[in-house]
Design a protein around this ligand. Structure first.
Ligand SMILES: Cc1ncc(C[n+]2csc(CCOP(=O)(O)OP(=O)(O)O)c2C)c(N)n1
Ligand code: SF4
Ligand SMILES: [Mg+2]
Length: 341
């Protein structure tokens, strides 16, 4: 029975060997209404540029739905469909399964078609996590789930999500005189959780669009390897993070270079750090202090030196105490840290 539903062939998308090899064609074009400097819009553009024209994109509710499809207009050049908040996993799996049936019945030409279902952190790290988890166990279908993580429920005015960093000012966690820090939970480790929890899944990666070619090549690899795959992108958001829009690119670089956002891929159960993260791990580059990253953003403007030190200690623990730095936090002593009151 397993053979009867063997995975269909995928498109073979070789990595772009440098920025000059990236095609000029756009499949996510002008006319959208995202904020100036929105990194998630760049992620959409690069994601579908990497995938190419024979691609179907599905998107759950959030900024990348609302701002990109307004009153019968859209920036998407490829077929695109909205899906409910929390259902990118089921939409990706269902679309891949439907394509297979249509091809088997001869109602469509048989050809590899990329299916990408994207979601925000609210839709993916919180509400839709169970659907993504279920979808990642269906490795006989080819689809990629891309989580664009702007660290809040941005579209509904920056509410706190499971991806929001410790201490950040959101509309659900405003700093006040009685309590300076309202949000005291650490950001979920979604890519590590999904890689560790879905042993059949052949590809999970973290990316950041500040490293655009590397990011596109991870999307291409996920689509080429096939089965159900997952990519998690950290996306600076000028509105939610409260900074000058021209700093988006720099903030993405800083998140990686401060060690807050490690870049890695788990390919056929082999973990590889890549890019600047690999350089830091191999001690070829210095890990920058988190202060450089935090103080550029209004959402951390209320932080005292103690708060910054606490944040730094958590990131240090991630690098020095986790069983696999930045990926698997199974060391027992990291639970004994002391957060500032
Ligand atoms: C089931 C459901 N609950 C609530 C909403 C309202 N809603 C629309 S977009 C959104 C925020 C989604 O956040 P995220 O997935 O992080 O995407 P972002 O807006 O940050 O791009 C919410 C709560 C909805 N559309 N559907
Ligand atoms: S709120 Fe953030 S994610 Fe949403 S459109 Fe604006 S910059 Fe982009
Ligand atoms: Mg979000």
């Amino acid at each position: 029975m397993a053979d009867a539903i063997a995975t269909l062939p995928t498109q073979q998308l070789d990595p772009f060997k440098g920025v000059k090899k990236v095609p000029l064609e756009e499949y996510f074009t002008s006319g959208h209404r995202t904020c100036q400097g929105c990194e998630s819009a760049l992620v959409m553009k690069l994601m579908v540029k990497a995938a190419g024209p024979r691609t179907i994109v599905l998107g759950s509710t959030g900024c990348m739905y609302v701002a990109n499809t307004t009153y019968y207009s859209t920036s998407w050049v490829v077929p695109w469909m909205h899906t409910q908040l929390g259902s990118s996993g089921s939409a990706g799996l269902g679309t891949a399964a439907a394509l297979r049936v249509l091809m088997r019945k001869g109602k469509m030409k048989e050809e590899p078609i990329n299916v990408i279902a994207f979601c925000g952190d609210g839709g993916g790290a919180d509400m839709g996590l169970s659907a993504i988890s279920a979808a990642l166990t269906h490795t006989e279908y080819n689809f990629l789930i891309l989580l664009y993580d702007n660290e809040s429920y941005a579209n509904t005015d920056i509410q706190l999500s499971g991806s929001t960093p410790w201490g950040a000012h959101t509309t659900f966690s405003p700093p006040g005189k009685a309590k300076r820090i309202l949000h005291k939970r650490w950001k979920k480790n979604v890519a590590g959780m999904l890689a560790a929890g879905h042993p059949e899944c052949r590809y999970v990666a973290t990316v950041c669009a500040s490293y655009a070619v590397e990011m596109m090549n991870r999307v291409r690899k996920a689509l080429t390897i096939g089965g159900s795959t997952f990519v998690h992108s950290l996306d600076p958001c000028p509105k939610g993070w409260d900074y000058d829009p021209m700093l988006s690119h720099e903030l993405g670089e800083l998140a990686v270079n401060c060690g807050i956002w490690p870049l890695y891929e788990v390919e056929d159960h082999q973990l590889k750090l890549y890019g600047r993260t690999k350089g830091i791990a191999e001690k070829r580059s210095k890990r920058l202090p988190v202060r450089d990253y935090l103080l550029r953003q209004g959402r951390f403007a209320h932080f005292t030196d103690d708060d910054i030190d606490y944040f730094q200690s958590k990131v240090d623990a991630m690098w020095e105490k986790w069983v696999i730095p930045g990926v698997i936090p199974f060391a027992s002593d990291i639970l004994q840290d002391k957060a500032p009151a």
